[in-house]
Design a protein around this ligand. Structure first.
Ligand SMILES: [Zn+2]
Ligand SMILES: [Zn+2]
Length: 145
């Protein structure tokens, strides 16, 4: 009696589910890690064209009996990041992956992996928590007894 698990003739030939692959050159591995980088000038132009298209569409749909819609300032490069995906072989260090990298970051194609070779943006300092003094009648004297 044959106890081998029957194999589907299609098994192994199914296409990979759509999704990102490693951004290493010619690497088709599934990504294990991800980090962020700023957009290049060309990528930013594409994003700004999309945003301008959204604004134009909103303007075209406006109620002409009311004042025109007020749009905020156009976004800048600091408003966008792109995701960078990498397999284990092409991953940068975990500490570096926590930061936002330069648009020109070599990332998974860096010749010095796990160092990427760029200077990632420093994490912003947390905003200081405002402190207030309690009124004197809410404090207790310490060490007076
Ligand atoms: Zn890879
Ligand atoms: Zn980098």
């Amino acid at each position: 009696m044959d106890t081998a698990t029957p194999q589907s003739p299609l098994l192994g030939t199914l296409p990979q589910a759509p999704g990102p692959t490693c951004h290493g050159a010619a690497c088709r591995e599934r990504p294990l890690v991800q980090w962020r980088r700023r957009l290049t000038a060309a990528e930013l132009d594409v994003e700004l064209a999309i945003e301008q298209g959204r604004r134009d569409a909103r303007y075209a749909l406006r109620d002409v009996r009311k004042p025109p819609p007020i749009e905020g300032p156009m976004p800048t490069g600091h408003d966008y990041v792109h995701a960078v995906y990498a397999c284990g072989t092409h991953a940068i260090t975990i500490d570096s992956a926590a930061l936002v990298h330069e648009a020109t970051c070599a990332g998974p194609n860096s010749p010095t992996l796990p160092q990427c070779g760029c200077s990632p943006e420093a994490t912003p300092e947390p905003a200081p928590t405002p402190t207030q003094e309690l009124p004197a009648h809410w404090t207790t004297a310490v060490g007076s007894g």
